[in-house]
Design a protein around this ligand. Sequence first.
Ligand code: ADP
Ligand code: MG
Length: 594
Amino acid sequence: MVSTGDVIQLLPDHVANQIAAGEVVQRPASVVKELIENAVDAGATEIDLIVKDAGRTLVQVVDNGLGMSVTDLRLAFERHATSKIRTTEDIFHIQTKGFRGEALASIAAVAQVDAVSRKEEEELGNRLVIEGGTVRDQIPAATPRGTSISVKNLFFNVPARRNFLKSNQVELRHIQEEFLRVAMAHEQINFRFYHNDSEVYILKSGNLRQRIVQIFGRKMDAQLVPIAEETDVVKISGFVGKPESAKKQRGEQYFFVNQRFIKSNYLHKAIIDAFENLLPNQYVPSYFLNLEIDPTKIDINIHPTKTEIKFEDEYSIYAVLRSAVKHALGQFNIMPSLDFDQNPDWAFIPSKPQNKTIKTPEIRVDRSYNPFETNPTQKEIRPVQDFYQSFSEFEIENKHPEALLSQEEFEIGEFQVLQWMNKYLITQHKGELLIIDQNRAHQTVLFQNLSRSARENALSQRLLFPIEIPSNESEISMLKTIEMDLVNFGFDVEFVKDRILVNALPTDVDSEEIPGIFSDFLHDLEWHDKVDFKVEISKIIAKNSAIKKGEILLPEQARHLAQQLLQLDEPNFSPYGKPVFVQIPENEITKKLN
Ligand code: ADP
Ligand code: MG
């Protein structure tokens, strides 16, 4: 291309705002979040959220907060216009939700906005109408104290983004989640949420426990264990759910830092760690925890819509949180076997067998315990040599003594398979070394078999006693939409008022996996649009029923799995698109040996 002179231009404001809007306004739920947060920042004690068509046609937030003067109302919709900070220094002392001053400008760039506001001391309020970033009207208006902002026809001028929105059900889920995150952090505020003229939540001001119960239902009340801890770095308050209320699916996990919802895998681990041995594998406890931290010791300034934050003293917070939760669980007599005044390490030193010398253990084997055992605290780790020494006394209780020998190479039929690190299968195939991920391999085998058998009407096993899954109305109505698919897979389900009864299962599904499988069905139905749910059902069953990482396989099991995998037409990728194995040709190895 031939250059013909200067080509750089400044973007007009409305274009710049539309681009910025791409960051801030991803879907109706983003508008909900920004408007409610502004209402909280304005000191409102009453906040109403009114939504139509999952936010496509209307998101309106009405508050009784400070209100805005006529100039402020106009300035509020300019980019980088904020009343919340003045200098960069202020960013380090943020007490409000907002501070970037971009939300309203971004929203107004991609919607039709009607804003009305009045300050307490003014008799008459003002109204401002903006469309696609252009002011259409500004007039005085009679209105109660506070602010009402209506955002209509979101993305009316950006069809590509409008088409990108998911089904109403999915968008509404996101709206609900944003609403709850703010409502839970501000239990002193009265919140009301209406969708298409019906009430979704009416939350009266109260304490955190009352708010949680109002949101998640009466039965939650008995499940809450209070947490309270204060140190120099952090003050922690809130609740964790008792172990028996834990679920296989993430859901009711809420961290708030200075009343702002955040996500933190690191702090999540602290809680899981505190529940050690109290929960079966993969079960997640619910928690609702407020952390108060000196704002200068955190950095929330990463990205306008990101919920991650950085802590200066992450490690201490982890430690305090873990011990606070552990302590609370202990106090509530949930961990009767542990005495916290003792050295915690002491309890785990294996008792020395009499008349036997114990050699230094070389390999430690985790006998993969059954997560559905009634007493998961009995999970045990034993040194291998110790195990051999006491083989005879131990044999009776150990269900798979042979499994511990699986590190040996073995040979059955035409090919050898070796299990390595309890998670890989090593074998050779057409002159190449194959390292197979056992979990993904089994998922792939199950998935492809299930997809086939569902087409041919699967075999089903009837249960003597049906499995009961407690459910609410909306869960039942969601599952009803895939009832025929479930039948084709070999399920027989019955819907009772507050329960789902599973009377029959596909033959290759273990009844113990049913709660996990159904919880995954519901999660997917809630959060994703599915044209064809059959594929999803196969994926979910495969994921839940597959051999896990860390599971020790009998030699025949390992060989059978590798063989099944290698006989598939498409063995390369798991149903979730992950590679199943690594192939190393011999010449690569020869090269390395040079
Ligand atoms: P930020 O919240 O980051 O300051 P916004 O674009 O969300 O940026 O809002 C801009 C300004 O408009 C706020 O700083 C505040 O002064 C004013 N404002 C917005 N919403 C309200 C409201 N509901 N009540 C009173 N003032 C508001
Ligand atoms: Mg804001």
